[in-house]
Structure formats: C-alpha cells, structure tokens
Design a protein around this ligand. Structure first.
Ligand SMILES: *[C@@H]1O[C@H](CO)[C@@H](O)[C@H](O)[C@H]1NC(C)=O
Ligand SMILES: *[C@@H]1O[C@H](CO)[C@@H](O)[C@H](O)[C@H]1NC(C)=O
Ligand SMILES: *[C@@H]1O[C@H](CO)[C@@H](O)[C@H](O)[C@H]1NC(C)=O
Length: 176
C-alpha cells in the first residue's frame, strides 16, 4: 500500500504545476474521494470543528503555527491524534491506539502532530506522518452530533478502509 502511494505521489510530482499554500489560517473540509487527480473541494461531506471533530457545517478556523513544529490549533487549543481520551478506531486491525483528532487546551503540540501538503496536487490536501494523505471517518455527522475523524492506517492485516468506514482526504481552504 505504501508503495502504491509513493508511486502515485511521484506521478503527481512529475506533472506538478501549481504550488500549494498551506499556511496562515483556513478551514478543513472532509473530501469523499481518494484519487488526487479527481478530488475537488465540492466533494466535501463536512468539515472539522474547533475541537477537531467531523461536523456537518460547523467549520472552525485552524491556524498553522508559522514556526517549528508548524502544528495546527483552533480557538480551543492545539490539535493531535494522540489524545487517549478520544474514541479509538477499533474497527481497524491497527486502530486500538489510533485516536480521533482532537484540539484541546493546555496541550503542547509536537512535530508528530504536524501536517504537510504535497506540491503539485491540484488543491492543498493535507498529509500527516509517513506519506499518509488519507483519513478515516465512520458515521456522518448530523446537525447536532459530531463524529470522530481518524488517520487512515493500513498494513498486511488491514489492507483497506474498515467495512462501513469512508476513506477521505482533508482539504485546506485558506482564509487568511
Ligand atoms: C462517498 O463516495 C462514494 C463513491 O462515490 C459513495 O458510494 C459513498 O456513498 C460516499 N460516501 C459518503 C459518506 O458520502
Ligand atoms: C501549542 O503547541 C505549540 C507548539 O508546541 C506551543 O508553542 C504552544 O505553547 C501550545 N499552546 C498551548 C496552549 O499549549
Ligand atoms: C438540534 O439543535 C437545534 C438548535 O441548535 C434544536 O432546535 C434541535 O431540536 C436539535 N435537534 C435534535 C435532534 O436534537
């Protein structure tokens, strides 16, 4: 799976045309597509709120720290996938310690919490960790109920998204 992703990224680099601007402040939309070439912002199925949860339309403003470790925060605090108070992705064979993204007060983010984008993609889609530009959601949010958003993790025991989940991308819509 990783090999496939690297191959895809190399193909993207080879046809790079547009520089991406993942900086300043922006909103993060959840895009229901897994193909770099065809994914567009209008495939949004929701966005991330100030706590980092998957929301129907309560789209928070995220600010990217302009210095190392270049992490993201909201009005609530710094955001991370490491908060063990959050629901784990237990449908995934590797998910018992994979927690929903969460922004919280008094949390000091580290470089492992940072995101990056890949130059040459048509839009600034966010990636995290080791060439992982996909995320995992299970249930869709409703007007009043948010849902967890996890990293997409895979390996020999979990070669695709868990049944009933949706593999998604995060799109950065810069606002400032
Ligand atoms: C995501 O897209 C697929 C393929 O177009 C579709 O079958 C599925 O229902 C969509 N999921 C959501 C949550 O919108
Ligand atoms: C958020 O994380 C950054 C980077 O580690 C840190 O400089 C900042 O103090 C943190 N904010 C809070 C409220 O802990
Ligand atoms: C959702 O929230 C609105 C107002 O914020 C409220 O009027 C409505 O009853 C809530 N719906 C449910 C199903 O809780």
């Amino acid at each position: 799976m990783k090999f496939t992703i690297y191959t895809t990224l190399c193909a993207v680099f080879a046809t790079a045309v547009v520089a991406q601007d993942f900086s300043g402040s922006g909103q993060i939309y959840v895009i229901n597509n897994t193909d770099w070439k065809t994914a567009t912002p209008d495939q949004s199925i929701g966005c991330l709120d100030a706590r980092g949860s998957f929301s129907e339309d309560n789209c928070a403003t995220f600010t990217k720290l302009g210095v190392y470790p270049n992490t993201l925060s909201t009005s609530v605090g710094n955001c991370s996938f490491t908060d063990s108070t959050q629901p784990a992705n237990t449908d995934n064979a590797y998910g018992s310690h994979s927690y929903a993204w969460h922004c919280r007060p008094s949390f000091s983010a580290t470089v492992t919490d940072s995101f990056y984008t890949i130059k040459g993609l048509p839009y600034p889609f966010l990636c995290h960790g080791d060439s992982n530009c996909f995320f995992d959601v299970k249930n869709l949010p409703t007007r009043n109920v948010t849902m967890p958003a996890w990293e997409y993790i895979w390996g020999s025991k979990q070669t695709s998204i868990p049944a009933g989940h949706t593999q998604v991308m995060f799109y950065w819509q810069k606002t400032a």
